[in-house]
Design a protein around this ligand. Sequence first.
Ligand code: GLY
Length: 410
Amino acid sequence: MKKKILYFALGFSLLTACSASTDCHDKSIPFNQTVETCDRKVHRTMAEMVGVTDSMPRNVYPGQTRWNKRPNVPEEWCSGFWDGCLWYDYALTGKQDVLQAATETGERMLYLAHAPLFDHDLGFLTITSLLNGYRFSPDSTERNICRNALLAAADSLALLFNPRVGTLLSWPRNIDMFGGHNTIMDNMLNLELLFWAADETGCEDLRTIAVSHADTTMAYHFREDGTCYHVAVYDPLTGKHLYNCTHQGLNDSSVWARGQAWAIYGYTMVYRYTHEPRHLAMAEKATDAYLCLLHAQKDCDYVPYWDFCDPRGDKAPRDASAAAVVASALYELQQYVDSAKAIEYTEQADRMMVSLSADYMASDDCPAILLHSTGHHPAGSEIDAAIIYADYYFLEALYRLSHTLGSSTE
Ligand code: GLY
């Protein structure tokens, strides 16, 4: 009983310290209408992709009416997201033409099972495409093909593990640039491939690697207040943590919004597999830090600036992809936390989805679903663009919303 009162008090203080001051939108998303709009966009991209077999949709800049595409190779971390969009659209609508497109697109990702390992993004590439194929395909032969490819990919991904450090190396090509074994927060998401493969096969080594990565990242990648650095660098020989820095954020001490989103999503997913209270606590701490910074923006927009510390404030580019990642994660996280927090996290996720659907949906001229994401601001790349992964996590959030709360949100 005492515990419950304490939880309530903490929840209350979080809300009072960090609550948003403005409330401009309805609290719930027009669910059916939003799914219809997304499905229309997915069909439009399906038409654009007819006969395109060697590349995948990546981004659309303002004024453009077709996707800029990138080759389907292990060096392109976003190649799996289009297949994932198709799988979630199929899961939401049950349409057979979407199923066929998802299956055919997924077949183009199978080569990854035996391609030379490039970097940690093998996880993003296969989880979004083949793991969703394994989960959603109604055809047992197709599911088995996905399963075999995923198991081979998991073994390949595990080769990046350095037992002295305790994490997977993210970018082998950047060891000299960072002066050591580099691990980025984004890498947390790739642990899903290892946990899933461990559950499928009973291979405890894969689970041990994934847990070690999550625990080491917890120890060295976060500040006291629950915000995270983008990169942690370790001595590959001694395993000693050397320093933290950013690669895609504003600076080393800033909070890159999508990096924080990866942390929230990553520890929520890890808890799904480990049921370890420390992983749940990390997911909550990262979430509460994100919500505090989001509410400090003091407007009715639940989409963050690309970096919470951008001194331009409301003139800074936003990142719709970060909002979509966090909304999707919170629909999962709300299942694991106490009831006061579950209500709060669900309401926050709903508000993010309302902001995205009210103010960020692309018009019919644009093939993408969401506008206004920021890819790599310091490199001047994909600033204020529609990017395929924002659409993927938005569709995933819609799917999770329909399952956790029922689709009576119209
Ligand atoms: N994983 C790369 C990014 O979030 O931009």
